[in-house]
Design a protein around this ligand. Structure first.
Ligand SMILES: [Zn+2]
Length: 347
């Protein structure tokens, strides 16, 4: 059996190798290729005719398109660019077509169509797309600015859609402002924030990613996971991931503005009394929130931390944290410096 090739199924159809209809193998192969001087691994599919020993495979037009998309999406994931799927998510959010999203951004009519099918976007346009996704007010401004590109009717409809999003997100916006205010003294890289300045959009994505993997997580566990994720990242690269600042509290490290964090739109919180009459916070993923723009490296670190602690109960992860130098060397209510993360237990 050849390495990297998987037979997905057998299918009767016209064979382009021997030019008659018969049963063919639908194969999937892990392939390597170069995109912009970078080696990329991705999957491609093709049909195989077993009447011949070599030159026995062929691809349909659709398969070529998918191969190309898989290849450039792998490159995008590696380089922290939006994938074709994520760009489509942005259009879905504001209910606009490919041409309309191009016009909103002040780009040529078929730019977004190209990005969704065959071409890697420029970094400047990628940044703009991410902003449009995260900031409906900005999107409304962009619509205003490019108004003449839209028919009266579409202009009105799109404007209504964006306003609906703004309404929905306005409470969210105030909450995010509150978090920003509480982090105003940590706007510079330092050992207090792990050389990383808090970006709320990034944090939302991280919370979504954790809760998606964990299905359901208690507040104490989530807060500890965040600290371990940042600490592990700092230990490996001298830089945390979230930019959160953590305080020494009885149950372990707790980020500043932890209550506001729980109101972020990427997660859902359910308050419940447990058997011992303690109020518990159960946190789950908000399925409407789409995870956009987490890098491969960030996901790998989060995966490592979740794999280690996924079966820990609140008490267990607190006790584990209590044995960290970061906890033992700091006083109650003191901010926990990331210098201690270099001596993290068992990572
Ligand atoms: Zn054949």
């Amino acid at each position: 059996m050849e390495k990297n090739i998987k037979i997905l199924k057998k299918e009767r159809r016209f064979c382009s190798v021997c030019e008659e209809e018969h049963e063919l193998e639908l194969c999937e192969e892990l392939t390597e290729s170069t995109v912009k001087e970078e080696k990329i691994q991705y999957y491609k599919q093709y049909y195989r005719c077993n009447k011949f020993k070599d030159k026995n495979t062929f691809m349909t037009g659709k398969m070529w398109n998918i191969e190309l998309l898989n290849k450039i999406d792998e490159y995008r994931i590696k380089n922290n660019l939006l994938t074709s799927f994520e760009i489509k998510e942005i259009r879905d959010k504001y209910k606009v077509t490919q041409a309309e999203l191009s016009f909103l951004l002040g780009l040529g009519e078929i730019t977004i169509t190209r990005y969704e099918t065959k071409q890697i976007q420029e970094t400047s346009n990628d940044n703009m797309l991410k902003e449009v996704y995260n900031n409906a007010l900005l999107t409304l401004n962009l619509l205003e600015r490019n108004k003449e590109k839209f028919s009266q009717k579409r202009y009105k409809e799109i404007s209504e859609e964006i306003k609906k999003v703004i309404d929905k997100e306005s409470l969210q916006y105030l909450n995010e402002q509150e978090i920003s205010c509480k982090y105003i003294n940590y706007a510079e890289e330092s050992l207090l924030n792990g050389n990383c300045v808090l970006e709320i959009d990034k944090l939302k994505n991280i919370l979504a990613y954790i809760t998606k993997k964990m299905k359901e997580v208690k507040k104490v566990v989530l807060m500890k996971l965040l600290w371990y994720i940042d600490s592990l990242s700092f230990k490996n690269t001298n830089k945390s991931i979230t930019g959160l600042v953590y305080v020494h509290m009885p149950f372990g490290a707790l980020p500043i503005a932890s209550d506001e964090l729980l109101k972020l739109s990427s997660i859902k919180v359910e308050k419940k009394y447990n058997d011992e009459e303690f109020l518990e916070y159960k946190i789950t993923n908000n399925p409407e929130f789409k995870i956009i723009g987490l890098s491969k490296r960030e996901k790998e670190i989060i995966d490592l931390v979740i794999d280690k602690f996924k079966d820990y109960k609140s008490r267990e992860i607190s006790e584990y944290m209590h044995r960290e130098k970061a906890y033992m060397e700091t006083n109650p209510d003191e901010i926990i410096s990331f210098e201690y993360s270099k001596e993290l237990n068992s990572f």
